[in-house]
Design a protein around this ligand. Structure first.
Ligand SMILES: [Zn+2]
Length: 468
């Protein structure tokens, strides 16, 4: 399988240290709020990779951390302490917040058919591991104490900027935003391994350490949790592209300094989901969650389909119109599959393998899910009987996990129900609103229709109304 590697900046043949076995690490969520669908794009694409490796015969050990402590998204005293902010907002303790949003995250994952990794490890459960590794880094001369904190000394490395596209310049952003530089650092790129002094005086969770009462920096948790479960090497490390620098760069720096040898040869990064104005963030505009999509009448499977229609290394632009298009395409696909149901015939093994070959070719080429979906349409058009086509689609859906067969069965069984006049009137009003380009009104009407238990979709043939 060819898979793009951010370290070499090219598509590399994917290899593992041990034949047939993949040790895969995924940076997990920060659990102070609901997951944004932009972050979930990364988890969906990592899930497809995980499933495809299994489909290809690998035994996969997948590890994920849960960031439930510290500054979470920054290694310095920059930004907010989001965990604490979340706790204050909701009048709960930090650990209650962490548990609530960890559960919410996995509930979203379940809805999106994202497999739960074999290992899910909250950072607060590994404080002793962090202290042990940080102590060793100090002993080896890679870390120093300053102003009460322990810092990693990036100047001690031969090569710190391992991802050529992500460098020091990125750090300037914080400075431009008016954040004060940390005077304790010897080098600008140095980062905190352990805090005892922070601008967040009221940090709720603190632990005893050789350097005083404090808490770990963000980067150290991934290195330590990975080593705890995968040992001294990994085969594959995954995350969103915004983690490449500084987070992954720092993970590599401290892991290799600690181990004294290379740590992970293959880095998989998923690009952003943007809105039309640029990068989407939690602080800007509507906070897009799986629940919000559901409220607006979209099945989580439609969002998964929307993500899979695009390559993971391309920016994906989100707007409601694009999601509507994905919803229509998904529904159409399901209906075509529903038309194949009801056959008792055995699939043609030879034809099945030939059709699956095209699917494998797409996925083997840097996880090209967009091409894999094209293959699904080719399968539907192929010169093969219904049983064979269904067998191929069921196989591919082990990887794509779009719930295609289940959705097709549900569609085939659903009895046609008469549409109430009330719903028809709302549909008519929505049509007028769309014509007038009043999309806010059209959205509100869609929700009203959804509340009555009906779903509408725009197709080339006109508006389709179905019972939810
Ligand atoms: Zn990480």
């Amino acid at each position: 399988m060819l898979l793009y590697n951010s370290l070499t900046r090219k598509k590399d043949e994917f290899r593992t240290a041990e034949p047939g076995r993949v040790k895969m690490y995924t940076c997990g969520p920060t659990v102070y709020h609901y997951a944004h669908i932009g972050n979930l794009r990364t988890y969906i694409m990592e899930d497809v990779l995980d499933r495809y490796l299994r489909f290809s015969g690998y035994d996969v050990l997948r590890i994920m951390n849960i960031t439930d402590v510290g500054h979470l998204t920054s290694d310095g005293d920059t930004g907010d302490d989001k965990m604490l902010k979340g706790a204050k907002r909701e009048h709960k303790t930090v650990m209650e917040i962490a548990q609530f949003y960890t559960d919410a995250f996995f509930s979203d994952c379940e809805k999106l058919h994202i497999r739960r990794p074999e290992v899910v490890q909250p950072a607060t459960g590994c404080i002793d591991d962090f202290i042990r590794v940080i102590s060793a880094l100090i002993e080896k001369g890679y870390a120093y104490l300053a102003g009460g904190n322990v810092y990693f000394d990036t100047s001690k490395l031969e090569k710190y900027y391992v991802f050529q596209d992500f460098r020091e310049e990125d750090l300037e952003v914080g400075v431009r935003e008016g954040v004060e530089a940390d005077e304790n650092k010897r080098n600008k790129a140095d980062f905190v391994l352990w805090f005892t002094k922070s601008k967040f005086e009221d940090q709720e969770l603190k632990w005893e350490s050789p350097w005083g009462l404090g808490y770990p920096g963000w980067h150290i948790e991934c290195s330590c949790i990975s080593m705890k479960y995968a040992g001294e090497t990994l085969d594959l490390h995954c995350g969103g592209i915004d983690n490449a620098f500084p987070h992954h760069t720092n993970e590599i720096a401290q892991s290799e300094a600690y181990l004294g040898h290379p740590w992970c040869p293959h880095w998989f990064h998923v690009l952003h989901l943007n809105d039309e104005s640029g990068k989407m963030s939690k602080s800007k505009g509507e906070f897009l969650t799986v629940s919000l999509l559901e409220q607006k009448g979209y099945s989580p499977m439609v969002y998964r389909f929307f993500c899979l229609q695009s390559h993971y290394r391309k920016l994906l632009v989100f707007n409601w119109e694009n999601l509507d298009n994905a919803a229509q395409a998904y529904q159409k696909l399901v209906q075509r599959i529903a038309a194949l149901l009801g056959t008792d015939a055995a699939p043609d093994g030879e034809k099945k393998e030939a059709l699956l070959g095209a699917f494998r070719a797409a996925m083997d080429n840097d996880l090209n899910t967009a091409q894999a979906i094209t293959v699904l349409y080719d399968v539907l058009k192929a010169d093969a009987d219904a049983a064979t086509k269904l067998a191929v689609i069921a196989e591919t859906d082990k990887v794509l996990a779009l719930g295609l067969i289940e959705a097709a069965q549900a569609a085939a069984e659903a009895p046609a129900e008469e549409i109430p006049a009330e719903v028809l009137a709302l549909v008519e009003q929505r049509k007028e609103a769309r014509k007038a380009k009043d999309f806010a009104k059209a959205d509100a009407l869609r929700e009203e229709i959804a509340a009555l238990g009906w779903e509408i979709r725009e197709t080339r043939q006109g508006t389709e109304i179905t019972k939810k």
